[in-house]
Design a protein around this ligand. Structure first.
Ligand SMILES: O=C[C@H](O)COP(=O)(O)O
Length: 302
């Protein structure tokens, strides 16, 4: 039984913005040596939620993306597969079928993604539909308008209700940090999501700018660390949107290791939400293994 008490969310935890930015800059200076770099690149590949969230998505595109998810680069069949594919609810069944027996999860966005501007009943139905279609993971958005009005109990209750409707599917809660205005709000939204039952907290939908940034991710990682100290419960982290290069991915892994420790450096606890990071990781992996840079044309579209 849980023995912790839910905090008073009207209290604001101050964040030292300069300190956060300086810590990120300092950690970005770490250089990663050859063998650890290869390991880091493969690890990052295994942590990707390979994503397509376009209004023009088709079954064909999703099937193609699932093939890439299973075998990121055919000439190196020993490379890890990605962690999950992330799609709209009406593409879940297609992805589930294409990934049968692979161990790759299907994540579905939900709750009137990306805006979240729909009644609660619609959001619950959206979630139940995705779960019925076979989603292993649900990526919901918080109600940013209610949050910014200070209606924290609304945001908390909504997350808790969506969590209930997920059944055994894991719940990722998207804060859409680019709309939250301050680091203090990012911290508060992280805490609300975790105390309401989030399995993961996620930065962004990828639909508005700025999407994931390293300072915002650090604020969220520190919230996860403090929540773990308080409750003993681990929560996963997913930066998403705008992460396109292997260099960025390795920098994120350093942030995780230094803030939460090695226990979080697995696909169970850390993901990258990305539509086009895979090929840059593959190019760098090939470079590390062979010394040769293959051109982008050698890698299939994500
Ligand atoms: O959750 C993932 C994002 O929607 C993907 O964003 P991206 O296209 O900038 O990689």
């Amino acid at each position: 039984m849980d023995t912790y008490t839910t905090p008073d969310f009207s209290r604001t935890i101050p964040i030292d913005k300069v300190g956060v930015d300086e810590r990120v800059a300092r950690l970005n200076k770490r250089s990663i040596k050859k063998e650890s770099k290869l390991q880091g690149l493969k690890l990052a590949l295994s942590m990707i939620d390979l994503t397509t969230l376009e209004g023009k998505d088709s079954e064909g595109k999703v099937i193609q993306m699932c093939a890439k998810a299973r075998t990121p680069y055919a000439p190196m069949p020993d490379l890890p597969h990605v962690a999950a594919v992330c799609v709209y609810p009406n593409m879940v069944a297609t992805a589930k079928k294409a990934l049968k027996g692979t161990g790759i999860n299907v994540a579905s966005v939900s709750t009137a993604f990306p805006s979240g501007m729909a009644p609660r009943t619609v959001k619950l139905e959206d979630t139940r539909f995705a779960v019925e279609q076979g989603a292993d993971e649900i990526d919901m958005v918080i109600s940013r308008g209610e949050f910014l009005k200070g209606n924290y109990s609304y945001v908390f209750d909504e997350i808790a209700e969506i969590k209930d409707s997920c059944g055994s599917a894991h719940l990722k809660v998207i804060l859409e940090t680019g709309e939250l205005e301050t680091y203090e709000n990012v911290r508060k939204a992280s805490d609300i999501a975790m105390y309401a039952g989030a399995d993961f907290i996620k930065t962004s939908t990828g639909k508005i700018s700025p999407a994931a940034t390293q300072p915002v991710t650090l604020v969220m990682l520190e919230a996860i660390r403090d929540f773990y100290r308080e409750t003993g419960r681990m929560t996963g982290m997913k930066p998403a949107g705008g992460i396109r290069t292997a260099k960025q991915a390795l920098q994120y892994l350093v942030l995780v290791k230094e803030t939460l420790g090695a226990a979080w450096l697995t696909p169970e606890w850390f993901r990258f939400g990305a539509s086009s990071l895979t090929n840059d990781l593959l190019m760098q992996i090939v470079k590390q293994k062979t010394g040769i840079y293959e051109g982008r044309e050698y890698f299939s579209e994500d």
